[in-house]
Design a protein around this ligand. Structure first.
Ligand code: ASP
Length: 339
């Protein structure tokens, strides 16, 4: 897909050159933002642009990081977080609401509890005379592409001195069945050579068949296990997820045995010294806060990476990347990630 990026809906649409470009852009932009002059230049990039943040589903990180990513670039933001404050309560349809937002802004960032709604909004845009890009900031249980992009950035940055993501063994643990972050991340794995995946979950929360079929189609090897302790020594990265309790219909989440599926000071040492522990956050009992002190804990840095990757996505959508690289030309490349 390299070249243009308009809507961001599903990670399966991304190719390696585009991922590499977005990661390079992310590193450049965060380097530039470190100086007062660079930060001012970024703010002046798109003063005429406006963004709608439509988040009827709860969000802390994704909302705040998109909001602040817009402000880094001087983009003004409007928001609806509570559908009770929109004309949807008067019976306005989803399509009409989205079309209305598009009348006032240049990009719509949206998170909905329903799967497929971002794709539906993008299809609507493609039919109207003045379409604006749609960014999926989480759609039901199916996709969370910008999370997966920041996860790729975190993996690539963590393994920068060890050949990047190619050849790495990535474990995913927790509620894999209902977790959109792991589904989205799996959708990007076809872009990396010799990656192996290890799904660590009890059977009721195992990864869905459609994701496994897609991995098989792309010949990405994966194994499934419910034995965390045995899996840990072979991993380069462990991606931990929380129980998606909001999807419970009869208390299913209470079946999770955290004694077997959590990472804590007693087992984190089984990971190789150079491995990393990731989590999209918010966390529950699946990561003991004491692990925060372990050098392998990467989730807080992963969280910080999110805003910068979202700045890069906006730059790419608005075709400002060349302008950014011009601005950054005099700024030396960013150094290693601060702790
Ligand atoms: N924040 C992520 C999401 O919105 C992960 C989670 O909530 O478990 O999907």
């Amino acid at each position: 897909m390299v070249g243009g990026l308009f809507h961001v809906i599903d990670t399966r649409e991304f190719d390696r050159p585009l991922l590499d470009q977005l990661c390079a852009l992310t590193t450049r932009v965060r380097g530039l933002a470190k100086t007062q002059e660079g930060a001012r230049a970024l703010q002046a990039l798109m003063p005429q642009a406006r963004a709608m943040l439509y988040f009827p589903q709860p969000s802390t990180r994704t909302f705040l990081s998109f909001n602040n990513a817009c402000h880094v670039l001087g983009i003004r933001t409007s928001e609806i977080r509570d559908p009770a404050t929109s004309s949807e309560v008067k019976g306005e349809s989803f399509d009409d609401s989205i079309r209305t937002f598009s009348s006032y802004v240049d990009v719509i960032v949206m998170r909905t509890p329903e799967a497929g709604y971002a794709a539906r909004a993008a299809a609507l845009m493609d039919r109207i005379p003045r379409p604006v890009p749609i960014i999926n900031a989480g759609s039901g249980k199916d996709q969370h592409p910008t999370q997966a992009l920041l996860d790729i950035y975190t993996l690539q940055r963590s393994f920068a001195l060890r050949g990047g993501i190619d050849g790495k063994v990535i474990g995913m643990m927790g509620d894999l069945r209902r977790g959109r972050t792991v589904r989205s991340l799996c959708g990007l794995m076809k872009n990396y050579r010799d990656v192996r995946l290890v799904f660590i979950a009890p059977e009721p929360f195992a990864m869905e068949a459609d994701v496994k079929e897609e991995l098989a189609r792309h010949r990405i090897p994966f194994t499934e296990t419910d034995r965390l302790a045995e899996a840990l020594p072979a991993l380069d990265a462990l991606y931990v997820t929380r129980m998606q309790t909001e999807w419970d219909t009869a208390g299913e989440s209470s079946a999770m045995d955290y004694r077997q599926f959590s990472i804590h000071p007693g087992n984190v040492g089984r990971l190789p010294r150079e491995a990393i522990v990731m989590h999209p956050l918010p966390r529950g009992p699946e990561i003991d806060p004491a692990v925060d002190e372990d050098p392998r804990a990467m989730y807080w840095r992963q969280e910080r990476n999110g805003m910068w990757m979202r700045v890069a996505i906006l730059l790419k959508i608005f075709r400002m990347e060349d302008r950014l690289f011009e601005l950054a030309a005099e700024t030396p490349p960013d150094g290693p990630d601060p702790a």
